[in-house]
Design a binder for this molecule. Sequence first.
Ligand SMILES: [Fe+2]
Length: 200
Amino acid sequence: MTLLQVMPEDDPTRILLRTREPERIATSLADCSVALRHWPLRGSIAAGTTAGDVLARYRPEIDDLCAREGLALVDVAQLHPEPGAEWATRAATARKAFLEEHRHAEDEVRFFAHGTGCFYLHLDARIHAVVCEAGDLLSVPAGTRHWFDMGPRPEFTAIRFFEREDGWVGDFTGDPIAGRFPRLDALLATDATDATDATK
Ligand SMILES: [Fe+2]
């Protein structure tokens, strides 16, 4: 289930808000100009599901979103667990590539067709950790400082949308902040119940 946990940028141990309520998550993110929407899932996805198949399943939604939001390019990023050390090394390398805070010149738009990943959005002196799951469409506004954790055993299939060929290029802030905040596995492992909303 989609999860939002909000923490002050200077205190990763303090939880201002932790909720799995879809309405509350969407409202809280919308207050920061971040859109979290949902598409109905079109079947299950496994390791053998090709990018072409994934795109074909969601073609009507993709075309509609691209037309409305000026997005021109679409691709599929996916990782599925495999046995063996080679995959583990590949997964660790992929995970590390997105774990440093950065921003982009255009919106970062991702639809999760399968699996899980966590976006950490650095907004208004707070970190909004958004654990996305299958069916979530997240739009991170251009210029938003953020990082992404796919977890220690990455499993996800995400459709990525771009305005331009080089739109995905990251501008790294050099701030080591990401290292201080709980990773995806820690966020999901915690037994913290929904926290009182202290974000107001
Ligand atoms: Fe990014």
